[in-house]
Design a protein around this ligand. Sequence first.
Ligand SMILES: C[C@H](CCC[C@@H](C)[C@H]1CC[C@H]2[C@@H]3[C@H](O)C[C@@H]4C[C@H](O)CC[C@]4(C)[C@H]3C[C@H](O)[C@]12C)C(=O)SCCNC(=O)CCNC(=O)[C@H](O)C(C)(C)COP(=O)(O)OP(=O)(O)OC[C@H]1O[C@@H](n2cnc3c(N)ncnc32)[C@H](O)[C@@H]1OP(=O)(O)O
Length: 382
Amino acid sequence: MALAGVRVIELAGLAPAPFCGMILADFGAKVIRVDRNKVGMSLDTQARGKRSVAINLKTAEGVALLRKLCVQSDVVLEPYRKGVMEKLGLGPHEMLKENPRLIYARLTGYGQSGSYATAAGHDINYLAMSGLLSRLGRSGEKPYAPLNLMADFAGGGLTCALGIVLALLERTTSGKGQIIDASMVEGAAYVGSFAWKSRSIGMWDSPRGQNMLDSGAPFYDTYETADGKYMAVGAIEPQFYRQLLTGLELDAGELPPQMSFTDWPELRRIFTERFASKTQADWSRIFDGTDACVTPVLSFDQVSSHPHNQERASFIKDSSGDESPRPAPVLSRTPAEPCLASDPVIGEHTVEVLTEYGFTSADIDQMLTAGVVECNAVKSKL
Ligand SMILES: C[C@H](CCC[C@@H](C)[C@H]1CC[C@H]2[C@@H]3[C@H](O)C[C@@H]4C[C@H](O)CC[C@]4(C)[C@H]3C[C@H](O)[C@]12C)C(=O)SCCNC(=O)CCNC(=O)[C@H](O)C(C)(C)COP(=O)(O)OP(=O)(O)OC[C@H]1O[C@@H](n2cnc3c(N)ncnc32)[C@H](O)[C@@H]1OP(=O)(O)O
């Protein structure tokens, strides 16, 4: 796998950093999640392929231990509020002095500088601060955040993973590590570069929800079907739009022109009525194999059994039978090989990892007894 041999220390966080760590693990890195002691259950739902070590960082020995792990690792990924790592004596400048090849990734909402740097926040706040949230939502309604996908995951975890991979690549020539300041506000804004930069061609001149790609246009929207499901329509180009009309059995000559903004409400009414006349399966049969750019809006239950997704094996099942998306993208020689075993319990691999990093049994026993680290066995599911 592409990241084979890369050792990552991920400090346990809420959602974006766990996703970043999972991406690295899916593509072959050895990711060790550092959890707290005495926590019953991990809230990390993005733990695929990781191992867990439980360390009490509120002890000097715990801090010294983490430092030793970082000295022997390639990447440290930390998701805490600005200043937390420095307070622990584990700030990037100290760590890079000890391991100049270390890539020290800091994934925060507001970045490491600026007056919001130390403020608490979540996806919706970062998305709001990126400018993007103001553009999301239907006409006449308040801004609407699309789950916590944009800042936490696209602008956060994924962008941070890109930064780490870029720094690893650069290190192959310089031999040096570096610090990554991954701000979710900036990551989300960057993901939204199209929205920013396409203002110059008038893409966003109308208010929220009244533009071509923000649910303003009737040919770029979702429609309810007779069985209460939905179809997605993305028929922008005239040649594809004509195929949409053919599938809907509508005569272009009897309709207003596609790009007549003032007629969009009337066109939407006509499309709404048409889509409501057949089921999702009926419409899928009609539009499959055409270039009308019309697809069913699949539920999580439907998605893996759709023929296209099945043919590409786009979804995988883990050892408990739970489905999730296959890592993307697919690399031809060194594809990701996601681990299908159950997620680690907190501290499951403490002894295994510390042994691997060169600690003796006596050292480990001493740390276990002193409560510096914790090792927990997997509970039987029987
Ligand atoms: C929308 C999202 C995230 C959604 C996640 C949800 C899935 C979950 C979020 C809350 C969960 C629920 C909740 O926990 C209550 C229930 C618990 C129950 O067990 C389960 C059900 C729950 C309902 C549960 C259900 C779900 O799991 C949840 C709903 C996001 O947007 S995530 C993005 C958040 N932002 C960032 O990550 C940006 C960077 N980070 C930060 O700004 C801050 O970390 C943050 C997130 C604001 C949190 O601030 P906080 O004050 O809590 O922490 P920090 O200031 O960062 O300091 C960390 C302290 O911890 C110490 N520490 C760290 N490791 C160790 C260790 N191994 N040992 C000892 N101590 C450790 C560290 O030293 C710091 O200590 P100090 O404060 O003393 O410096």
